[in-house]
Design a protein around this ligand. Structure first.
Ligand code: 1CP
Length: 368
């Protein structure tokens, strides 16, 4: 049974994601609900991060904060949750340590360790384990009342595997490199298991009301071209291939899919043929070069300014916006671009600088 919600008043993002000609590029930013906003800290209070994710009332309030602050400028909401809810659903303990980030007290150690087999063999009831995400999505859709579309998301198998093995953020990626270069087959079994759960989790999010989905492969750029082809790309393709089939089996219409293989600029050409409607990219990619690589394929790009420009002056923000507009928009026939940053907005940014970023995109793409 499909849920019904108020009709969408601003469907710019959906039209752009489908490759349609639009009046201006839609805009949103990754991590738009988060630590740079004073109202985020206020609403979160002393609560634990995952406690906020599990409380649909809190999660929907946080999701709506940027929509309210940037009303008229922002064209999508993204559900307040985290990529690490999947390892949790797979039975792993994940804590969020204030100002430090995620921590797994028991990361996967080796294929001979009992925990690996346990996680691999465990039958995960995704709909039940992550029901709180779906409740938050449905409640957020109601509260949005059609203002902008709601994006659901998951982490990509490779990125989630990094966290499950490293036990948190890392600079070296020594544990996960040990896994893929010492135990490639055991690694692939786990990547496949995660990919199947990603498909389930995205399908459940769409059933609950998500109108677009994004797969975050934040650590794709840690792999060289050959390793990326082996340990990341096949699982991204599995998700884009299986999600529409899973939705069809549930009698639910498909939705646009976004992939963000951060740092994998060497693979942009094949990323445009992975079955995703939208390919996100970071600031290491030149917009004009990316458009050349895409050629005539009906794929929309998303990105890509360095989030660090928001620490700069108004002039530096304008310059970065001009580079994106000239590369992604001018000469592309008013289609094929969703404006975003090249990665999540960072703590310490003045929220007014994000407003100025949005206004500059608006100004420089109006009637062009
Ligand atoms: O506004 C939004 O974008 C919605 C919420 C959202 C999303 C899409 C959060 C809330 N997290 C994510 C995705 C996410 N989580 C990614 C992919 C995007 C990216 O690369 O930035 C990753 C890698 C994580 C893992 C994670 N969760 C980290 C990174 C740790 C590292 O390795 O550097 C951190 C710090 C978190 C915590 C987190 N998630 C979200 C928020 C608002 C926070 C901060 C919590 C807090 O301290 O208040």
């Amino acid at each position: 049974m499909e849920l019904t919600f108020e009709p969408l008043k601003n469907d710019l993002l959906l039209r752009a994601a489908q490759g349609q000609v639009v009046e201006r590029p839609p805009m949103w930013v990754m991590r738009q609900a988060g630590r740079y906003l004073p109202e985020y800290h206020e609403a979160k209070g002393g609560r634990d991060f995952f406690e906020c994710c599990r409380d649909p009332e809190v999660a929907s309030t946080l999701t709506l904060q940027p929509i309210e602050r940037y009303a008229g400028l922002i064209d999508a909401a993204i559900i307040f949750s985290d990529i690490l809810v999947i390892p949790q659903a797979m039975g792993m303990v994940v804590e969020m340590i204030d100002k430090k980030g995620p921590h797994f007290p028991n990361p996967l150690k080796s294929p001979d360790d009992g925990q690996y087999e346990e996680v691999l063999q465990r039958n995960v009831n995704v709909a039940e384990e992550l029901d709180y995400v779906y409740k938050a999505i449905t409640l957020t859709r109601k509260k949005l009342a059609g203002r902008v579309p709601l994006i659901g998301f998951c982490g990509a198998p490779w990125t989630l595997f990094c966290y499950m093995v490293e036990g948190g953020g890392t600079k070296l990626f020594s544990q996960v490199k040990t896994w893929i270069y010492r135990y490639p087959e055991a690694s692939k079994k786990m990547l496949q298991k995660i990919a199947d759960i990603c498909v389930e989790h995205l399908a459940c999010q769409v059933r609950a009301g998500a109108q677009v989905v994004q797969v975050f492969d934040s650590w794709a750029g840690e792999l060289g071209p050959a390793s990326y082809k082996e340990f990341s790309e096949p699982y991204l393709m599995h998700i884009s291939f299986m999600l529409p089939r899973k939705l069809a089996s549930l009698n639910i219409d498909s939705v646009p899919k976004i992939v963000f293989p951060k740092g994998a600029w060497h693979a942009l050409n094949s990323a445009c043929s992975m079955g995703y409607d939208v390919v996100g990219m970071d600031w290491l990619q030149s917009p004009a070069d990316a458009v050349k690589i895409r050629g005539s394929r009906n794929v929309t790009f998303q990105g890509n300014a360095d989030p660090g420009i928001l620490y700069g002056t108004k002039e530096s923000i304008t310059r970065a916006v001009e580079e994106m507009v000239n590369g992604f928009w001018v000469g592309s026939g008013n289609k094929g671009w969703i404006a975003n940053l090249g990665h999540g907005i960072t703590p310490g940014v003045d929220p007014d600088n994000l407003k100025f970023y949005f206004e500059e995109i608006h100004r420089l793409t109006k009637s062009s």
